[in-house]
Write a new protein. Structure first.
Length: 458
């Protein structure tokens, strides 16, 4: 493909290190689509004949059928998917195939193919995330009034509802989807026609090619067009943030499935056993999701390091741009599917959750709030009084709401039996009516808004 410049061919080692077909064969559909659009434009502009354009179109159709049926047969001497397609096209239609590469380079060709692939990957992941959000909303609606402990520092803090807890992950995924959507908007400019780096002297119509491939417009600078991999980094950064959120939910499932917590029972479909301990039920799917987040973050870091010091325009280092994206995409798809399956089928042990919510004097803040609201005590003083009540409850081995009236008055004369009505876990969650709070009515309102948003997205 390099013509007469080289007297000798590359060494076997050079062929091995230079070839990318083993991984960029995943771009065959995008390469054929971009080649079709380019050939049609060349014909429309009178740069190649209609006869040659028709032969190219027919040959590309045949190659697509072959790849669909049997995959790409790898030949390291042809280096990449672009040369594999062109070589096969030459075998099928002869010299007319050589006209396809008029007014383009592999530099703008690979940038276009890769953008098309990432765009489709974003569409796939946003749809899968929407389905996971649906599952979270469904389970949250089931458990709007199921009380569980809310934690800070993994210590029981205040009672919340399971529905509220699950909706927190809905919100995380809402932001994740927005990041992918933003990345898609930014990438949707077509590099094809930038050629190697400087554009071309042929009278091409870049806007027509961009339109044919579903881009909003052609890219504005030929140097940037072939050297830009921001779209791949945007995808990886969005994927990393999403994987972190999935990992957090996976970690909670792992903790909750353990015997000390006992908050959930994971189904057989997402658990494994032990080769030696027959009683074991391991949350391996959740643990693998947790592990995958590190690999996805590693893929993001890998591409950052590839791109960090490259001068304009194209450098061969950029051939290593695809493996991190492909790996991250595959792992993220698996992780979303696994988490979705667990959310849909997990059995929540709500009585155990309620029992745990009542531990650790989780309604102490409600006592302090009562002092502020009813006795008009400044909050800092109320905090101190409540701390003394907690200390007494520990000494007596009782929850706050079972402290006798005389004990309360010994702590502070403003404390009386009236406040006991606000110290149950149910009273606590019902009182948290502020926007975004855990009160069942507030959670129902957020669930209704989420359903409406998801319906619009669908």
């Amino acid at each position: 493909m390099w013509g007469g410049r080289f007297a000798d061919g590359p060494s076997a080692l050079m062929r091995e290190i230079n070839a990318s077909i083993a991984f960029d064969k995943r771009l065959w559909q995008q390469d054929i689509a971009a080649s079709r659009a380019h050939a049609a434009m060349l014909s429309a502009q009178g740069i190649i004949s209609q006869e040659d354009a028709d032969a190219i179109e027919e040959g590309l159709d045949r190659i697509a059928d072959e790849y669909e049926e049997g995959g790409v047969t790898e030949d390291a001497s042809l280096e990449d998917i672009h040369m594999h397609v062109e070589h096969r096209l030459t075998q099928l239609i002869g010299p007319a195939a050589g006209r396809l590469h008029t007014a383009r380079s592999r530099n703008d060709q690979v940038a276009t193919d890769f953008k098309l692939w990432v765009r489709e990957a974003i569409d796939d992941v946003t749809e899968e995330l929407r389905r996971l959000q649906d599952a979270l909303v469904d389970r949250a609606e089931e458990h709007v009034e199921s009380v569980m402990p809310g934690f800070t520092h993994l210590q029981v803090a205040q009672p919340v509802t399971l529905g509220h807890h699950l909706m927190a992950y809905y919100e995380m995924l809402r932001r994740d989807r927005s990041r992918f959507v933003d990345a898609r908007t930014r990438l949707n400019e077509c590099p094809l026609g930038a050629a190697a780096l400087a554009g071309t002297s042929f009278p091409i119509d870049r806007a027509a090619v961009a339109l044919a491939l579903g881009f909003d417009r052609p890219t504005a600078n030929s140097l940037d067009s072939v050297s830009d991999r921001d779209f791949a980094l945007d995808y990886l950064m969005a994927a990393t943030q999403c994987a972190l959120h999935l990992s957090r939910l996976a970690e909670e499932f792992i903790l909750w499935a353990s015997q000390p917590f006992g908050f959930i029972a994971l189904p057989d479909a997402y658990s494994t056993g032990s080769s030696i301990m027959p009683q074991k039920r391991n949350p391996d799917a959740a643990e693998l999701v947790r592990g995958h987040s590190g690999r996805i973050a590693g893929a993001m870091t890998a591409l950052v390091m590839v791109m960090k010091g490259l001068p304009l325009a194209y450098s061969k280092d950029m051939q290593d741009d695809k493996q991190p994206v492909f790996e991250a995409h595959d792992l993220l798809a698996l992780s979303i599917a696994a988490i979705s399956g667990m959310v849909e089928t997990v059995e929540f042990q709500t009585e155990r959750m309620r029992e745990a919510a009542a531990s650790g004097h989780s309604t102490a803040t409600d006592l302090a709030d009562w002092l502020v609201r009813v006795a008009k005590v400044p909050f800092r003083e109320a905090h101190h009084i409540t701390g003394r009540a907690v200390q007494m409850a520990d000494q007596l081995g009782k929850p706050l709401w079972e402290l006798p009236g005389d004990a309360l008055r010994e702590i502070d004369p403003r404390l009386d039996e009236q406040l006991l009505s606000v110290l149950s876990v149910d009273a606590s969650v019902r009182s948290r009516t502020s926007h975004g709070g855990t009160a069942p009515d507030a959670v129902r309102g957020r669930i209704a808004a989420a359903r409406k948003a998801l319906e619009l997205d669908a």
